[in-house]
Design a protein around this ligand. Structure first.
Ligand code: ADE
Length: 341
């Protein structure tokens, strides 16, 4: 289902439409693996808000895709005992926003994904809602229109973004808590794979070494691990007896062309193109055209992990593939590269 259509749906509608994927996700902070400091911080804010019977202050979750921003937002609602509504930033117009805001209940969690892609004037209309729990609505049209101020319930806005820098400064500053999520350690992902394999229907049999192998190649990202487990399960079902042994896991990952570090075809194409077409240094636009991908996907999906691996650096002169990238892909490291960086 197209995510943009979530704008005006509530949680149970979405679960129905998506085949109950959410029941596989952790429902409480206790079940959520890793991000220890963040969980502690959330626990404190939630407990304090509940003890004062107040709404939680607005939260902005920042980090690359697939680390659990949406999952955490739902958990915050569960832990608060509040209801949950979600919307997607780019799809939202001022009137959509006004109709959602005026329908919110006390302490409700209103989650907006990709909040950095919300239009500027829509962001601006959030300011009084976030600060004073009220919203100005035009009555009638044109210059004769009147403005009425409508009071809102004390809700909590939870935003998720891959690009904090693209949020307007005044908007960003209105979030009391800005929380940065980081990539997971393989040991943390392994625990999640183990739990997920038991929760799936029918449960998946997987060896401990195979769990670790999938975890190690999941680019520090829970969502990638989940998808990988499903793909490898299919492979094991068709090519073997359904049990994911270490050997089957390795065979499957080779078949799906996921390499030792978890890089897939897209990542390798990106690095190869930079090295072969641009001698290891290129601007974003040139790369987008060369690999037929939009600039945003490159910046938000491909590059963060390549940077974390140390395969890519961003410089004022463009993107630069590092020596490590050349070595990983089997290219000789160029002389100038070593001396320049
Ligand atoms: N699913 C997505 N993120 C998760 C996490 N951090 N722990 C457990 N399951 C998850």
């Amino acid at each position: 289902m197209n995510k943009e259509m979530h704008t005006l749906l509530n949680e149970s509608d979405i679960e129905e439409l998506e085949g109950n994927q959410y029941s596989l996700r952790p429902q409480s902070l206790e079940e959520f693996i890793g991000q220890e400091q963040i969980k502690e911080q959330l626990r404190i804010h939630i407990e304090a808000a509940k003890s004062r019977n107040q709404s939680l202050s607005h939260i902005l979750f920042v980090g690359p895709p697939g680390l659990g921003k949406t999952t955490l937002a739902r958990i915050v609602a569960n832990e608060m005992g509040s209801s949950f509504k979600s919307a997607v930033g780019p799809a939202m117009e001022r009137l959509d926003l006004a109709s959602i805001l005026t329908g919110l209940e006390e302490h409700e969690i209103f989650f907006i994904d990709e909040i950095h892609r919300m239009k500027g004037h829509v962001q601006e209309s959030m300011y009084p809602a976030m600060e004073d729990y009220k919203i100005d609505l035009p009555i009638g049209q044109g210059p004769a229109a009147d403005i009425i101020t409508v009071p809102l319930a004390h809700f909590t806005l939870v935003g998720a973004t891959t690009r904090e820098g693209l949020l307007g400064g005044p908007f960003r500053d209105r979030f009391g808590n800005r929380i940065h999520l980081d990539y997971y350690a393989p040991e943390e992902i392994q625990i999640a794979i183990n739990r997920l394999s038991q929760k799936m229907q029918p449960p998946v049999k997987i060896d401990e070494e195979a769990e670790y192998e999938l975890a190690r190649r999941s680019r520090g990202t829970m969502r990638i691990a989940e998808n990988m487990l499903r793909k490898v399960r299919d492979y094991a079902t068709v090519k073997s007896d359904g049990v994911i042994t270490y050997e089957i896991a390795q065979e499957a990952l080779e078949f799906f062309q996921i390499d030792e570090l978890g890089l897939d075809d897209n990542d390798r194409l990106y690095l190869r193109t930079m090295i072969e077409n641009f001698r290891g240094r290129a601007g974003l636009k040139a790369m987008a055209v060369a690999v037929s991908e939009d600039e945003r996907t490159i910046e938000e999906v491909y590059e963060p992990f390549l940077i974390k691996l140390g395969f890519l650096t961003l410089t004022p002169m463009g993107r630069v593939a590092t020596d490590a990238a050349y070595q990983h892909l089997g290219y000789p490291v160029p002389e100038y590269q070593t001396t320049l960086f």
